[in-house]
Design a protein around this ligand. Structure first.
Ligand SMILES: Nc1ncnc2c1ncn2[C@@H]1O[C@H](COP(=O)(O)OP(=O)(O)OP(=O)(O)O)[C@@H](O)[C@H]1O
Ligand SMILES: [Mg+2]
Length: 361
């Protein structure tokens, strides 16, 4: 297996800067996910590592060796695309064996490798079937198997689960994580699905418009997003953003919104001050950090509507000027159109500079 290092990598297509000064090291055996909205440069980054594109500037290293101009075949990486394009006239065995045959591997060695990987992926009963005789999830596993039998240094996966239905995707997601842990593979995985990124990865790279926003463990990014983009991208329903100003009064620091105020402790006030004294701020609070109708809750809200999800629900609230989304773990019997007093788990409150969108905390 291998370490991948991207150093100040930029890729331009004419005027479009698809990737801007990207710095990232993926450690040997690590599962790193690139996530971000459509067009943010995820596939381009993956293609750069695969050798399907060359960087405009910067360096790509595979195991300390500069790989910038190495052709794809010399990089020892295996790529799995969203459209997995199996050979329709070949059965599962031949689809998986194809890449090994063209490399001139001996027949008995091929048989052994394909058998091993088929067993690993639960495909060993299906080796004689043609792709048309398989379900979507099985086909997806064949595409993965084709990459795994090659025993590459690095796996590059570009939205490999996006063709599957929701239930199968969740199942395959869990399988993939286990599989690559077992293989100890170095993996770069691309998705625009934040939940997939959160559940699969050792580390996540959040990108927007070709620029890395933040790199870190899933919990780090979720709990301590560096800016409003990362805060809003991870989590569903997304974090609530509420405009506010900060006021220093005799009794401490207060965040004043149009319809309510929140007291903040001394050290947090200090963090806002050290951020450059921005006047206009934004409160960030996740839907699960909102408390309803308990002692200490003081923000008067109207319940606009409630979506029951079976186990829990999503409650849409409104003060006179602000909409707030809250989630609960249990079903709610609150009356739609009625009032409820709302509070925040203040330890989990975020504050951003409205102009720069950077987090104070
Ligand atoms: N060959 C190309 N020629 C010109 N522009 C390109 C080319 N490939 C990608 N781009 C542009 O580069 C930007 C990044 O594209 P990329 O395919 O990396 O996005 P992505 O994050 O993978 O998006 P998606 O989630 O939609 O797959 C986009 O603006 C895209 O239009
Ligand atoms: Mg893409």
């Amino acid at each position: 297996m291998a370490q991948i290092k991207l150093e100040d990598v930029t890729k331009r297509f004419g005027k479009v800067e698809a990737v801007k000064r990207l710095n990232l090291t993926v450690e040997d055996g690590e599962f790193v996910t690139l996530v971000g909205p459509s067009g943010c440069g995820k596939s381009t980054t993956l293609n750069l590592v695969a050798g399907l594109e060359n960087p405009t500037t910067g360096y790509i290293y595979i195991d300390d060796e500069i790989a910038n101009i190495l052709p794809p075949a010399k990089r020892d990486v295996a790529m799995v695309f969203q459209s997995y394009a199996l050979y329709p006239h070949m059965n599962v065995f031949d689809n998986m064996a194809f890449g090994l045959r063209i490399r001139g591997m001996r027949g008995d060695e091929i048989r052994k490798r394909v058998d091993d990987v088929a067993r690993l992926l639960g495909l060993h009963e299906l080796l004689d079937r043609k792709p048309a005789e398989l379900s979507g999830g099985q086909r997806q596993r064949v595409a993965l198997g084709r990459a795994i039998v090659r025993n590459p240094k690095v796996f590059l996966l570009d939205e490999p689960l996006s063709n599957l239905d929701a239930k199968l995707r969740v199942q395959m997601r869990a399988d993939l994580r286990l599989l690559f842990k077992r293989l100890r593979g170095t993996v770069i995985y691309v998705t625009h699905d934040q939940e997939e990124a959160m559940t699969l990865s050792d580390r996540i790279v959040v990108m927007n418009m070709g620029v890395v926003q933040q790199i870190g463990r899933p919990d780090e990014l979720y709990d301590r997003p560096k800016n409003m983009f990362v805060a809003g991208f991870l989590g569903s329903p997304p974090m609530n953003f509420i405009d506010c100003v900060v006021e220093e009064r005799n009794d401490g620091g207060w965040l004043q919104t149009e319809s309510f105020e929140v007291r903040i402790p001394e050290e947090k006030l200090y963090k806002i001050k050290t951020m450059g004294g921005a006047k206009e701020l934004v409160i960030g609070i996740r839907p699960e950090d909102i408390i309803l109708g308990q002692p200490g809750c003081s923000i008067e809200c109207i319940i606009e509507t409630i979506e029951n999800k079976g186990s829990g629900c999503i409650i849409y609230l409104r003060t006179d000027s602000t909409r707030i989304i809250c989630t609960t773990e249990r079903r709610s019997d609150l009356p739609i159109g009625g009032n409820v007093k709302v509070g925040f788990r203040l330890d989990n409150l975020h504050v951003f500079d409205k102009k720069t969108e950077q987090a104070a905390f």
